[in-house]
Ligand binder design. Sequence first.
Ligand SMILES: *Cc1c(COP(=O)(O)O)cnc(C)c1O
Length: 469
Amino acid sequence: MRYISTRGQAPALNFEDVLLAGLATDGGLYVPENLPRFTQEEIASWAGLPYHELAFRVMRPFVTGSIPDADFKKILEETYGVFAHSSVAPLRQLNGNEWVLELFHGPTLAFKDFALQLLGRLLDYVLEKRGERVVIVGATSGDTGSAAIEGCKHCENVDIFILHPHNRVSEVQRRQMTTIFGENIHNIAIEGNFDDCQEMVKNSFADQSFLKGTRLVAVNSINWARIMAQIVYYFHAALQLGGPARSVSFSVPTGNFGDIFAGYLARNMGLPINQLIVATNRNDILHRFMSGNQYVKETLHATLSPSMDIMVSSNFERLLFDLHGRNGAAIAGLMDSFKQGGGFSVEQERWTEARKLFDSLAVDDAQTCETIAEVYEQTGEVLDPHTAIGVKAARECRRSLDIPMVILGTAHPVKFPDAVEKAGVGKALELPAHLSDLFERDERCTVLPNDLKAVQAFVSQHGNRGKPL
Ligand SMILES: *Cc1c(COP(=O)(O)O)cnc(C)c1O
């Protein structure tokens, strides 16, 4: 499988190089040159397979030529073997024909484990083969950091540095990062906000001299391997609900357009999906595009669903590329005007096409709390605020009660106690067994000033399993 850039100017790469690439050299994102397409008979024959076996069949075409089947199978069995539920991604029924796909049974209790557990193993496999080491520098406002650290903690060939804003992540989120020890794991608390952290990561990609030749790898959702891993659970859910003979709808809480883009790909690969609903919080650039053809940057609002607090959706470029007939020059132009003026609209027929593919809704904090309370009353289930946004959007946008509606359950509610408390749910939430002593564990973290040079000096001092690069 070959991968091409959404801006048309960077060289095509194979899977192995895409895994290590991050952004393409022309500033674009990598996408498969040709999407695999499965027949209905083929998809139907996968019913009842264990999750890792299904994952093998869905993802195999993407890694062909880079990873032999037997090795890929073994990696997938290990990856999904760490999940705490035997079904890996169980479906829980909320109402008649309304389901939550629980994607929070991984080590860090959010769906990001599906991709980052795999990414860590794939990186180590490829690096071992090449005899190379890499450094990861990532920024997090919460969920990505812990999932990336958990995914990379056993990697022999990776040193990982995660920057989080000092005193601005929740205690559960911080402890999920700082209580994992290893000579290749480095938590840095920056005396600044999340944007400061993200800016430092961007600047580190722009000038890598501090790395003395060691390669820098991205773990945010621009990395293709993360999207690829997320395609699988759409097939998994649909197969349990009568697919592919019957079509299924999905409502997806989204910020960076990563998870919902994976659903769009699943549909293009042959899975019958009826509705795909984009569910955002008050940071609603995606909803404003879908409902009014305005892709315009606005100020960032802090919400009760912090993992979706973004101003710009990085993966949206991948959809725009398809909407524009895969014309890289057109995308480079659009992204340029976005950079200059902070926004754009697309031609009418392209927008109409997008409207056929997606429904959307923006949900504010008050509605989020109302939905948590409502679902608790109806079912006794406590939803996390991100999942609640998905439920609200599903209920507002649903077109047919006969078609199963699946809401992606992106996090365990225990990660977001503030929202659950604000919703007035009295039920005490307990940490799952593997995290029950989280609050007693020792923490390890370095506080650094909001200064790029200080951070880069720290990375070059510790980037080789705690020793200098
Ligand atoms: C990251 C995250 C999201 C948003 O995912 P995208 O890939 O940006 O769409 C939603 N919910 C939770 C809990 C998350 O951690």
